[in-house]
Design a protein around this ligand. Structure first.
Ligand code: ZN
Length: 457
């Protein structure tokens, strides 16, 4: 039995306080649980339902109602909820799971997501092992959030190559295509093959493909607000031979905010989701020294080599001509304003930070992202919607998860306070349920301590 499972078994008995409770462990099906006398944020509407009982069986929510109206099954593990808040788990819609060549790092990454209440990760660049990892998590054989698995980055250099790539990824069982750096003239072939294979495509918009072309092709999601800066520069502008560069950072000075409204309308009409990943850019653009950022508490959970890559990347960006403090701050502000305009204009937004990437530690970064979205002008409740209900909608399965309702997958977090009042209540959940399996805080903390201890060596 691993340290993780021993801690889990001991802690789930302690926290549940139930005689005869069955501790969950890898390979066992999720059992029956009852959250008793808990306040529920159902997230289908902005309301807090007081003193509810929520019953979970075999990975699904099977009953919810006032405490005195719902019977607790005799075999249920009871979880005391008095004074606490139960809401859907969060989605990281632009996350990464490491490749299968380092199983310990994979397991650690999945645990970091869970420890932060992330119960679904759309893994935005897959490798050949990820479809099987997705299946193992579904079967309860591996601990982790539900995975949606994108293909490796598309790279086809010709129409024929990209077409073959799309069909190979289809055959390998990926859920969607990760758009990377394909040449613009292969775009039509990629779209045709993706549509024929019924595979959504998402991620970047390749260089040379205009925003309106990606929207016209019904790209499933645009991640990182890619190519919006270029759209906001009026056609015919003299950009002095300068490249648009990293997320348009080289062209910010020529953007016309009068064009934001048009960008919003086009995005809404296309139904394309945006995964803003504000933190990806803001961590690079901030005036905080990378050495200071590496002192953030969550950095202890990252391998030293990854931390060093981030430190060097930030130093490198700090020397870019187009990324000097004023320009970098203008890019940050423009992205925040764009997010607010997209959200308020009805263009759909789903939560994602891009982890592990540039000081984004898996799971922890989703909470930093949510704080940035609030700083951009969304209310805490609106931010939480992007990470719960919207994720289910973005996958085309609005009834699968993302709200606390009968029939939904039991992806839940138990919190000490109401995150609609203060988003920090969503950090360090008291317990996390993923696919009906329960991890109390003690088990999550034991797992975190194990990871930190190994990286401290
Ligand atoms: Zn990414």
């Amino acid at each position: 039995m691993s340290v993780w499972l021993r801690a889990l078994a001991a802690a789930s008995l302690l926290a549940a306080g139930a005689v005869g409770a069955q501790p969950t462990s890898a390979g066992q099906p999720a059992g029956t649980f009852a959250f008793v006398d808990v306040d529920v944020l159902p997230m289908d509407r902005d309301v807090r339902l007081a003193s509810q009982t929520v019953v979970v069986r075999d990975g699904r929510i099977v009953a919810i109602g006032a405490q005195d109206e719902v019977e607790v099954p005799a075999d249920a593990t009871m979880i005391a909820g008095t004074g606490k808040v139960l809401m859907p788990g969060l989605a990281e819609f632009h996350g990464h799971v490491p490749g299968g060549d380092d199983p310990a790092y994979v397991a650690d990454t999945l645990a970091l997501y869970l420890a932060n209440g992330v119960t679904l990760v759309r893994n935005m660049s897959g490798d050949a092992t990820h479809p099987e990892l997705r299946a193992r998590i579904e079967r309860g054989e591996t601990d982790g959030p539900t995975l949606v698995v994108a293909s490796p980055w598309l790279r086809g250099e010709s129409a024929a190559a990209v077409t073959a790539e799309v069909w190979a990824h289809h055959a390998a069982g990926f859920d969607l295509l990760k758009l990377g750096s394909i040449p613009a003239d292969t775009w039509p072939a990629m779209v045709a093959a993706a549509n024929a294979a019924a595979l959504p495509f998402a991620g970047h918009i390749p260089e040379g493909v205009p925003l309106e072309t990606a929207l016209g092709a019904k790209q499933a999601s645009i991640d990182h607000l890619d190519r919006y800066v270029e759209f906001l520069v009026p056609p015919g502008t003299d950009t002095q031979g300068r490249e648009a560069g990293w997320f348009g950072s080289g062209w910010v000075q020529w953007t016309d905010r009068g064009r934001i409204d048009d960008a919003v309308k086009r995005t809404r009409a296309a139904g394309t989701w945006n995964v803003p990943t504000l933190s990806l850019v803001e961590h690079m653009a901030s005036s905080e020294a990378p050495e200071a950022m590496l002192q953030w508490p969550e950095m202890r959970y990252m391998p030293a080599a990854e931390r060093e890559r981030w430190r060097r990347a930030k130093h490198e960006y700090a020397t870019r001509e187009t990324f000097q403090p004023d320009a970098a701050q203008a890019l940050v502000q423009l992205r925040r304003d764009l997010l607010k305009a997209l959200h308020d204009g009805g263009a759909p937004v789903v939560l994602g930070s891009d982890a592990p990437q540039f000081f984004n530690v898996p799971g922890f970064s989703i909470h930093r992202e949510m704080a940035m979205m609030q700083a951009a002008g969304l209310t805490p409740y609106e931010v939480l919607v992007t990470g719960t209900r919207n994720a289910a909608q973005a996958l085309g399965t609005p009834e699968a998860f993302g709200t606390v309702e009968v029939g939904r997958r039991a992806d839940l977090v138990l919190l000490a306070g109401d995150p609609r009042e203060d988003l920090t209540h969503a950090r360090t959940p008291l317990g996390v349920m993923a696919r009906g399996r329960w991890w109390p805080r003690e088990a999550l903390d034991a797992r975190l301590a194990d990871i930190a201890e190994r990286h401290a060596k």
